[in-house]
Structures are given as structure tokens and as C-alpha cells.
Ligand binder design. Structure first.
Ligand SMILES: [Zn+2]
Length: 160
């Protein structure tokens, strides 16, 4: 039950609230809030319209973007938003670890990060749509995007 006095504001929210936060789990939102104090996190930034991407991490600016508009038009948007968030945070950790404006792999052995056929296809698509050549960094992000515990660990180690 709402507390007395809260009914009037129900349904209203500040313009700065990002839509993707509404579909993330509470744990993930809590982590987002910690992270947002260290890097800029945007939603549907201009880059999201320029490239066929779900998310983007801008290394020189240390800025993370989520393409919510694109993701919510696809199947299983909740799932895709969670994975995109963790994926881009892997890139943030790659940025924090090296702090050189372009990022470098965390250094996990490729043999320890087996990708299935679907993820291999994602790797090819993602390198093509991003126009980037950072294959080892993208491999790490794709492998870790389904492992939030590991992403938290690297982000806490290098960024927080
Ligand atoms: Zn990526």
C-alpha cells in the first residue's frame, strides 16, 4: 500500500530518470548508482542513432550509452538491457584499468573464455557495427556480459 501523501506523485518522475533503469533488477540499479558517480552514463545518446548498436562505450570520454529505444523494439528487451549494461561495464573496466583513452583488454586468457556459436556471431556483428578492431576487448565483454558477478569484480577492482 502506498503511504499517505505519496499517491499524488505516483506516475510522475523527474525528466532525468532513464527508462532502462525501470527494467533492470534492483541489484543492478544499485550498482548503476555507484557506477554513475564515476563515469557518465547516457541513454539514447546520438551515437545510438549513428550505429546499429545496443550500447556503446566511448573510451576517450569514459562515457557509457545504452540504446534503449532500439533494444525495446526487439524481443526480450529486459534481458537485452541487463546484458548490454554489463557488457558496456566490462568496457568501462578496460578503460579504468589502463586509463589511456582507448582501453586495453583486462587480460583474461582467450582459452578461458569459450564463446558459443551465437556469441561468435555477435562478436563478428559487433565488430562490424562498431567499426572497431578491438577483438580481444570485445571477446571479454561478450563472455562476461552474462556473468554480472565477474563484471562487478573487475569494475570494483579497477573503477571504484
Ligand atoms: Zn562491446
Amino acid at each position: 500500500m502506498p503511504q499517505p501523501g505519496t499517491m499524488a506523485s505516483a506516475g510522475r518522475r523527474p525528466l532525468t530518470t532513464m527508462v532502462f533503469l525501470e527494467v533492470l533488477s534492483d541489484d543492478t540499479v544499485a550498482f548503476y548508482r555507484r557506477m554513475a558517480r564515476h563515469i557518465r552514463i547516457r541513454e539514447d545518446a546520438p551515437i545510438c542513432r549513428q550505429k546499429e548498436i545496443y550500447g556503446w562505450y566511448d573510451f576517450p570520454k569514459s562515457e557509457l550509452s545504452i540504446s534503449t529505444e532500439r533494444i525495446i523494439s526487439r524481443p526480450q528487451p529486459h534481458h537485452a538491457i541487463e546484458e548490454t549494461f554489463w557488457h558496456e561495464l566490462v568496457h568501462a573496466a578496460q578503460d579504468c584499468k589502463h586509463n589511456n583513452g582507448e582501453g586495453q583488454p583486462l587480460g583474461i586468457a582467450k582459452s578461458a573464455m569459450p564463446l558459443g556459436p551465437v556469441q561468435m556471431e555477435s562478436l563478428r556483428n559487433s565488430l562490424r557495427s562498431s567499426g572497431r578492431s578491438g577483438q580481444p576487448m570485445e571477446h571479454e565483454a561478450l563472455w562476461m556480459e552474462t556473468k554480472p558477478g565477474k563484471v562487478r569484480w573487475v569494475v570494483e577492482k579497477y573503477c571504484l
